[in-house]
Structure formats: C-alpha cells, structure tokens
Design a protein around this ligand. Sequence first.
Ligand code: AMP
Length: 214
Amino acid sequence: MKLVLLGAPGAGKGTQAKKLIEKFGIPQISTGDLLRAAVAAETELGVQAKSFMDQGELVPDSVVLGMVEERLNQDDCQQGYILDGFPRNTVQAEALDDMLQSLGMDLDMALSVDVPLEDLMKRLTGRRTCRECGQMYNIYFSPPAEEGRCDKCGGELFQRDDDREETISKRLEVYNRQTAPLIDYYREKDILKSVNGTGGIDEIFANVLSTLGL
Ligand code: AMP
C-alpha cells in the first residue's frame, strides 16, 4: 500500500495513519513528526524549520524534500508507506512523482479525509499528544481517563505549539491556498478517493478501510 493522506490540519490524518500502521505494519512518513523531532533535537534543520512552524507557515520545500527522499530510500519503505502531511503543495507533489519514478514506485491512492471547517478548530485546540508514545487525544472528543496522562503508557500529554488559536487560522489559510489544490491534482491522475472524516475514530477507520477496498 503506497498511500498519500490528504486533509486539512485537524482532519485526523495522523490518527488514521497510526491505525493503518498498527493494522498493516507499514511505516507512516509524517513530515510534521520528522520536523518536530528535528526541532526537539535542535539540529540545524530543526532550528531553520521552527520559525516557519511556529507561524503556521510551510517549511521551505528544499528542506522537506530532502527529508522525504532520505526516508523513502530506507528499507522499511519498500513494501509500502503512508505519507501524512506530505505533499503540501504542487511543487512537492511534482517532486514526489519524480522521486517515485526514479525509485520505480507508484502511488496506489491519495485519500482525502474530509471534515467541515467548523469542526476543525475544536479538533485542533483540543488536541493533546503523549510525549512518550505519540498517542493522540482530544480533550473534547476522546479525553484520557486521567487529565494530562496517557492511557496507554502513563506519559505526559502536551499541546503542540502550533495548535494554539493564533496559529491555527494561519495553518487553515495555508491549507486552503496551497494544499487543497492537490485534491484536483490527484483527481486528474485518477487516484483520488475521499472519506468522510466526521464521527468517532473507529467509525472513520471503518470508512477508510472500505474506501481502500480492505
Ligand atoms: P503537521 O504535523 O503535518 O500539521 O505539520 C506541522 C507543521 O510542520 C506545518 O504547519 C508546517 O509548518 C510544517 N510541515 C509539515 N509538513 C510539511 C510539508 N510537507 N511542507 C512544508 N512544511 C511542512
């Protein structure tokens, strides 16, 4: 399975990607996670990326493309992968096509997770992530049993810096302007499918599986 997950910030791409990797054992390549790891490790790339991320802007294509290419070349990607949060604009989508062509790989599908704009704000402001295992929660829709603690591993839950209200509207604007056009990009290639991203996590996952024909 070689899949691109499309959708606005807060649409639940990361949550569904994590469920797909649990079920199928293929890697999730999340450029957001890779960038956050670089920021936390204070690498040169991370320092460069942080100011863009904090403002809700896209990190320059050259930075992201290098990271993805390196990741796609690793052995665990040869059987399949889920690209989550990449590509984010047409330049990245075209560069991905070139990269895959040179690796002799084809995308099977671009799956768009559709959520109405009015739901996205609550999803983003309510989002919390476990510092230890990456499990995600939402304080409104799927809260942990104990406030601030992960149900799975007891780790501390944190709010992403860019999930604060001031940055969120910028991220949604960047999505509409730069990323949403990719829906047409993949429709024209005849590999686009859409799934309704509203409802419970398991209900959405059932929709995802049936849309993928699994
Ligand atoms: P995400 O976790 O996918 O919402 O990404 C968080 C932030 O990381 C975004 O708001 C961007 O600043 C940056 N980012 C993630 N993926 C990309 C990408 N493919 N291209 C450019 N910037 C990205």
